[in-house]
Ligand binder design. Sequence first.
Ligand SMILES: [Zn+2]
Length: 326
Amino acid sequence: MANLYPMRLRPLLQDYLWGGTRLATLLGKSVPEGETRAESWEAVDHRDGQSVVENGPLAGKELGELAEQFPEELYGAGRSFERFPLLLKYLDANKTLSVQVHPNDAQGATLTPPDLGKTEAWLVVAAEPGSKIYAGLKEGVGKDQLAASLEAGTCDECLHAFEPEPGDCVFIPAGTVHALGSGLVIAEIQQASNTTFRLFDWNRVDKDGKARPLHIDESLSVTDFDRGPVSAQTPEKLSSGWERLVECEKFVFDRFNFGKAKEETAIEYEVGFRILTVIEGEVTVRFKGGEETLSLGQTLLVPAVTEGVTAESISDQATLLAMRLP
Ligand SMILES: [Zn+2]
């Protein structure tokens, strides 16, 4: 008898100054009336946040505790990690975020305290007309030019920007300069890291005239100046009907679009866990021993040990995202 089973995890809502109300209105997250939230951490094992199981006999247990106790059931035979290596979150960018860059694993290991690097990918869930994504530097921008623009407060002139559509996926490996523009709601899969270097805050100050701290030297030292402009990914159609959005050394990110109610798909299941989340409609996930229904914005962590996992749409239109380790 396995100890682990598909787990619903309690969302951890984060209140940053750029957040809005759409995590509640669009994704059904629980936010007190009149308040805003920026992020909902859906699956996380980090010193800055711990997912807690909501369903079944393990209710109340932390993800980190379970990962330590049942590594093979979670990750598959012979695999273990110091902690759960991925983090899924939803973000509501009601205001434009600061321009940021994240270190890679080697750079993260030298920090105090050490952290993983952060490679991430975004899936645009909703976009107000005219919302922008800033991703990568314009062609030919090097360290000197970026440093001079930061000095002059004109960093935006160095950034590649585009207006994304809902459904666009943007891949941001560590070292890629990026910012989410106001009006976007996204799902983000990333390495379980919380290290961000802020290059530029759009010359904003708070009501007391104070700017948020910048990390210019750290940013310049981890920026990948060969990365260049970044646009939306071109999804790859898999024979299973799924689309592969990103496959990199840190994670694999897939999507299934259901075109009608009661459409069924298998969830391809090699070794390893799956994080499943629904960004449109409603989906029932079935597996040996049970089922869970996921509404819009809800997440299920399916451990490696669970067998026979399939998903079926309840609504006419539904979209399921699946994230796993490579
Ligand atoms: Zn980021």
